[in-house]
Design a protein around this ligand. Structure first.
Ligand code: DUC
Ligand code: ZN
Ligand code: ZN
Length: 480
């Protein structure tokens, strides 16, 4: 047997199923051995550290165009640098189809943006905004067969919304091609109605974004998406679930044996609607504008219960970065945004802080187990999005994507320390216990103690069929 290139010695290996002390040996970028007293050309001392499968952030927006021309704060270089520093080895950004655009041309465009610039591995979900006969009949099936095996649809936003007939058409194609559909479930007409009413009342501060995007509108759309999926007999993922009411719809579906998967995000455990008030109902609140918006402490408690009991399969960042200050025509601080919440770009950064926030608020505070942490942040995303077992596990033959984690290191999240392109973090000052100290992609360091390496070594990953299509059961890591 040829010698190991690298041994990670003396750490506690954590998977979605268990944890145990072992050395991990790497050869040719893959895990080649797990055992005792391994030796190799290079050794990393992991005594006192957790050895986790690298984080997989399955919901990230990078270098996306916006309807009003606002420029995103992260491209593929800065966004994946930030991801690596935060303990991630793979991210799944979106390739957004602009209406009228060929889906194939859209994908090629995103490859041009990403190629040679990524510090983590990447793979694209598609966003279908224009389900024309050409897209549904030819482009989408061909792309799924080429490894683009998941796509997102929107039930709101003027430039993205699909009506019910279009949703059903898209779901049919997904069923036939065995592609996983991610649904942004917020009712468009309800949001528009509430927005008009609030503006007529002079309620235009960022705080009112949270009122316009009412939980009722999210609950209704969640149920509608579930009903459409039931009609077609299709597994779906409801993404960025913000609170108790949409959760109840997901639990309703699951109780009936429907394959509805669910994702939640850091903003729904670490922020509330009150954050959108800013200092005194001022524009500071724009730093927290995202959709769906953060809710109340009752919803936070429901989300924690759902993270524990398996209602949620996925914990993703929904990193969607816009600058707060900056040129007049970019970021949240553009002149129109100050006239009404309606013009504030929806989205907040979080790819670098996702893992520390869930570890600290979840594992360190005893709300979830280490195994659940790994399942939610790495193993389940790999399984649901067709990357398992190459990614998302610590097993012989898997890519040596590993995050060495200090579970007792306490830090305060500070914008000054982060690597994203944003000029703020919504989590400024939050104290966290547990921090990624080394991120390895195929056995090579891509970040050390919060500092990304200079060289981009990430590659593009074509993906297989989601385990959501497995015949028996969910096929996902079970809750503890
Ligand atoms: N949906 C997302 O997934 N991200 C940001 C904004 C949105 O509406
Ligand atoms: Zn969305
Ligand atoms: Zn998103």
């Amino acid at each position: 047997m040829t010698a190991l290139d690298l041994v990670i010695r003396g750490g506690t290996v954590v998977t979605a199923a268990d944890s145990y002390r072992a050395d991990v040996g790497v050869r040719g970028g893959r895990i080649a051995a797990i055992g005792d007293a391994l030796t190799g050309a290079e050794t990393i001392d992991a005594d006192g550290l957790l050895v986790l499968p690298g984080g997989i952030d399955a919901h990230v927006h990078l270098d996306q165009p916006t309807s009003d021309g606002t420029v995103m704060a992260d491209d593929f270089a800065s966004g994946t640098r930030s991801a690596a520093a935060g303990g991630n080895t793979t991210v799944l950004p979106f390739a957004l189809q602009i209406r009228g655009q060929s889906l194939r041309a859209c994908v090629e465009d995103y490859h041009r943006k990403a190629d040679g610039r990524c510090h983590t591995d990447v793979s694209f979900h598609l966003i279908i905004s224009d389900p024309s006969p050409q897209v549904l009949g030819q482009e989408l099936p061909a792309l799924v067969r080429d490894g683009y095996t998941s796509f997102k649809v929107f039930m709101t936003y003027d430039d993205l919304v699909l009506n019910d007939a279009q949703l059903l058409d898209v779901f049919e194609v997904a069923r036939r091609e065995r592609a996983l559909v991610m649904v942004h479930a917020e009712g468009h007409d309800a949001i528009k109605h509430l927005t008009r009413r609030l503006e007529a009342e002079g309620r235009t501060a960022p705080y009112y974004h949270g009122q316009a995007h009412a939980q009722i509108a999210e609950r209704e759309a969640t149920h509608r998406a579930i009903s459409h999926a039931q009609l077609i007999d299709l597994p779906i993922v409801i993404v960025h679930v913000s609170g108790r009411e949409p959760m109840e719809q997901i639990q309703w579906a699951r109780a009936r044996g429907l394959k509805v998967h669910a994702e939640t995000c850091p903003q729904y455990i670490a922020l509330t609607a009150d954050d959108l008030r800013g200092l005194n109902m001022d524009f500071e609140g724009a730093k927290y504008v995202c959709s769906p918006p953060p809710r109340d402490t009752d919803s936070q408690a429901a989300i924690w219960q759902g993270l524990r009991d398996g209602t949620f399969d996925l914990f993703s960042s929904d990193h969607c970065p816009f600058r707060f200050e900056g040129p007049a025509d970019t970021g949240k601080n553009n002149p129109r945004a100050r006239t009404s919440f309606r013009w504030v770009p929806n989205g907040i950064p979080g790819v670098e802080t996702r893992l520390p926030i869930l570890f600290s608020e979840g594992v360190s505070k005893g709300r979830i187990t280490l195994q659940r942490f790994v399942a939610l942040t790495s193993t389940n995303p790999a399984r649901l999005y067709g990357l398992y077992p190459q990614k998302g596990s610590i097993a012989v033959g898997a890519d040596a994507d590993l995050t060495l984690w200090n579970p007792t290191l306490t830090r305060r999240i500070r914008q000054a320390d982060l690597n994203h392109g944003c000029d703020y973090t919504p989590y400024e000052g939050l104290e966290v216990t547990g921090w990624p100290v080394r991120t390895l992609l195929r056995g090579r360091a891509i970040a050390l103690d919060g500092v990304p390496m200079a060289e981009p070594t990430g590659t593009y990953l074509p993906r297989g069929t989601s385990e959501a299509f497995a015949q028996a059961g969910h096929g996902l890591a079970p809750p503890p």
